[in-house]
Design a protein around this ligand. Structure first.
Ligand SMILES: Cc1cc2nc3c(=O)[nH]c(=O)nc-3n(C[C@H](O)[C@H](O)[C@H](O)COP(=O)(O)OP(=O)(O)OC[C@H]3O[C@@H](n4cnc5c(N)ncnc54)[C@H](O)[C@@H]3O)c2cc1C
Ligand code: FES
Length: 257
C-alpha cells in the first residue's frame, strides 16, 4: 500500500453537478500519482475559519486528472460539506491520503458497479481506469429523485461510460432501486458503494447468484488513519474491524450482514 501524504491542494474548479452536489477538482500531484480506485482522502479547509475550525472529512477519490489533479464529488449533508461546497478556484484544501484499501480491478470479467447516491464517486475513478485498461464496465446508479442525479454528461466525460440510471420516484431513468431487475448476463464481478441497506441487498443478490462482490462501506470516520475507532464494522468472524484501514473496500464475505 502506498504511503499517505498530508499536503495542501489548490482548487482548480468547483461546479454544481446536481441538487446540493458539487464536483471539485484540486491540484494535488502527490496524491494523484499513487491513488487507486476505492481509496479516499481526508479533506478539509484547515484553519481557514479559526473561529469555527472543523476536522477533515472522508471523500472517495473520484478521478485522477491530467496534470496532477484529483476530482471529488461532494454532497452537502452538514457543516463540513457545506464549507467544502463553497470553495472557489485558488482556495487551498488540506488533503491527507490516499487512504484505505482500494478495489481490486477485475481484469478477466466485466465489472458491474452498483452505486447509491454519493457511492457513485469511487466508480467514476474505477470506470475511467478500467476502461483505459480494456475492462468492460457498467455503472448502475441510483438516487432518491431526479434532482439528485449527478450530471450524466459529466459522468460520461470522466469515465467514458453511460450510466444506467434509477430513481426511487421514477423521475429520471428507471423507477426502483439499483438492485431491482439487474441484467447479470456475462457473470460480472459486482462492486457496490452506497448506504448500508443497499449494500446488504447487494450482498444478498451476490450470494443468490454466486457472484463475487466487493463493497465500499461509508461508516462515519473521525480520523481516517486507524486511531479513533469511530469507523468499525462487524466482520463475519464476529470481530470489529476498522473500515478506514482494513477497508473501506471489503470482499462482501468478510462482513456480517
Ligand atoms: C470512505 C468514505 C468515502 C466517502 N466519500 C464521499 C464522497 O465521495 N462524496 C460525498 O459527498 N460524501 C462522501 N462520504 C460521506 C462524507 O464523508 C460525509 O457526508 C461527511 O463526512 C459529512 O460531513 P459534514 O460535516 O457535512 O456532516 P456532519 O455534520 O458530520 O453530519 C451531517 C449529517 O450526516 C450524517 N452523516 C455524516 N457522515 C455520514 C456517513 N458517512 N454516513 C451516513 N451519514 C452520515 C450525520 O449523522 C448527520 O446526520 C464518504 C464517507 C466515507 C466514510
Ligand atoms: S476513522 Fe478513526 S479509526 Fe477509522
Amino acid at each position: 500500500m502506498t504511503k499517505p501524504v498530508r499536503t495542501w491542494g489548490r482548487v482548480r474548479e468547483n461546479r454544481k453537478a446536481a441538487e446540493a452536489t458539487f464536483w471539485i477538482e484540486v491540484d494535488c500531484p502527490e496524491v494523484a500519482e499513487t491513488a487507486r480506485p476505492g481509496q479516499f482522502v481526508m479533506l478539509g479547509t484547515g484553519l481557514a475559519d479559526v473561529a469555527a475550525p472543523f476536522l477533515p472529512r472522508p471523500f472517495s477519490i473520484g478521478a485522477r486528472l491530467a496534470g496532477g489533479g484529483i476530482g471529488f464529488l461532494v454532497r452537502v449533508f452538514g457543516e463540513g460539506t457545506r464549507r467544502l461546497a463553497e470553495v472557489s478556484p485558488g482556495d487551498e484544501l488540506l488533503v491527507l491520503g490516499p487512504l484505505g484499501r482500494p478495489f481490486t480491478l477485475p481484469a478477466d470479467r466485466p465489472a458491474l458497479c452498483l452505486a447509491g447516491g454519493v457511492g457513485l464517486a469511487p466508480f467514476l475513478f474505477l470506470a475511467a481506469e478500467a476502461t483505459e485498461g480494456g475492462t468492460a464496465v457498467r455503472i448502475v446508479y441510483g438516487e432518491r429523485s431526479g434532482a439528485r442525479v449527478f450530471d450524466p454528461d459529466l459522468i460520461r466525460r470522466i469515465t467514458g461510460v453511460t450510466p444506467e440510471l434509477r430513481t426511487e420516484d421514477g423521475s429520471v431513468g428507471r423507477r426502483g432501486l439499483v438492485v431491482d431487475g439487474l441484467d447479470l448476463s456475462g457473470a460480472p464481478q459486482l462492486l457496490a458503494c452506497g448506504p448500508s441497506p443497499m449494500l446488504r441487498a447487494c450482498a444478498a443478490l451476490a450470494a443468490q447468484h454466486d457472484l463475487p462482490l466487493q463493497v465500499s462501506v461509508e461508516e462515519h470516520m473521525g480520523c481516517g488513519v486507524g486511531t479513533c475507532q469511530g469507523c468499525v464494522v462487524l466482520s463475519s468472524q464476529g470481530e470489529w474491524v476498522k473500515s478506514c484501514t482494513e477497508g473501506p473496500v471489503f470482499d462482501a464475505r468478510e462482513l456480517s450482514w
